[in-house]
Ligand binder design. Structure first.
Ligand code: 13P
Length: 293
């Protein structure tokens, strides 16, 4: 099934689990993500960032490919623009058929963030596309971001922001950052703030910078109300290492075989992560019966 993030994340919110949102740049990753979801009976979100879409993952190519993979499956798959900053990128993705877009105006002041998100919400909702926004700012792990509470999401502002913008889910800053942390540093997360945000907003919340955040932290944020977890760096690293090791072991391996080896490694990683965040076995259908019970 190819769906927007809206119903999927409200289901996760009502049932207290999280959905994996995974960056994707090619067919092997798209297949790994969708087939892992099907094998786990789990919902999933495919994220493509503006950098990825400009370098390699062209929206007009990725959308029909992902739809072709996702539509025959019995699990919901959403395709989301990750960190959409420029208006023209967001519109391009909506036109190409993304089922969801993120408007990241988190570097702007509160009013400008509200203005930009509201404008996209009106446009996107008219096309059945869901919208993610970010308040507070999730920065870069390499720059030491995430350690300063100055960037964290303010609870009162969040309440007003959601009311005024009508966004479908909100990315919150509680101590994670994007990319690899230096020297295996494990971030210290503000769980109290997350609990307050969930209590105030009672809506799907998003955690960016899932890589390197630590399994205990991830399990705890899911308990406290995170419903979408973005993962990129760790999965790409895992897949690259698996392909690199295979090439070392078998230097003359066929090109397609090395692609498939990478896909298999990604699938296994994603399945294990889905089980950890509670999204496995959420969409089990029985199509074998012939009539109502
Ligand atoms: P990581 O690369 O740290 O997993 O972050 C991914 C992300 O948040 C994409 O929006």
């Amino acid at each position: 099934m190819y769906v927007s993030m809206k119903e999927m994340l409200w289901h996760a919110c009502a049932n207290k689990y999280a959905v994996m949102a995974i960056n994707c740049t090619d067919m092997e990753q798209a297949r790994a993500i969708c087939y892992a979801a099907a094998a786990e009976c789990a919902p999933v979100i495919i994220d493509i960032s503006p950098r990825q879409m400009k370098a390699h993952a062209t929206p007009e190519v990725m959308v029909p490919m992902i739809r072709a993979i996702a539509e025959p499956l019995d699990v919901p798959v959403a395709l989301n623009l990750d960190h959409g900053g420029e208006y023209k990128d967001i519109v391009r993705c909506i036109k190409a058929g993304f089922s969801s877009v993120m408007v990241d105006a988190s570097s702007y002041d509160f009013e400008e963030n509200v203005r930009r998100v509201s404008q996209i919400v009106a446009l996107a909702h008219a096309h059945g596309v869901s919208v993610e926004a970010e308040l507070g700012h999730v920065g870069q792990a390499a720059a030491g971001d995430g350690r300063s509470a100055d960037m964290y999401t303010n609870v009162e502002q969040a309440r007003e922001f959601v009311e005024r913008t009508g966004c479908d889910c909100l990315a919150v800053a509680i101590g994670t950052a994007h990319g690899a942390y230096p020297d295996d540093f494990v971030p210290h997360l503000d769980f109290d703030r997350l609990a307050e945000l969930k209590e105030a907003l009672k809506m799907p919340l998003v955690l960016h910078g899932g890589s390197g955040a630590g399994e205990e932290n991830i399990r705890r944020v899911v308990e406290l109300g995170i419903n979408k977890i973005n993962v990129c760096t760790d999965l790409f690293k895992h897949q690259r290492k698996a392909m690199h090791d295979k090439l070392n072991e078998q230097p003359s391996i066929d090109y397609m075989d090395i692609q498939m080896h990478g896909e298999q490694a990604a699938t296994e990683y994603i399945r294990a992560y889905m089980r950890m965040i509670g999204s496995s076995n959420r969409y089990q259908f029985d199509f074998t019966g012939e009539d109502f019970d």
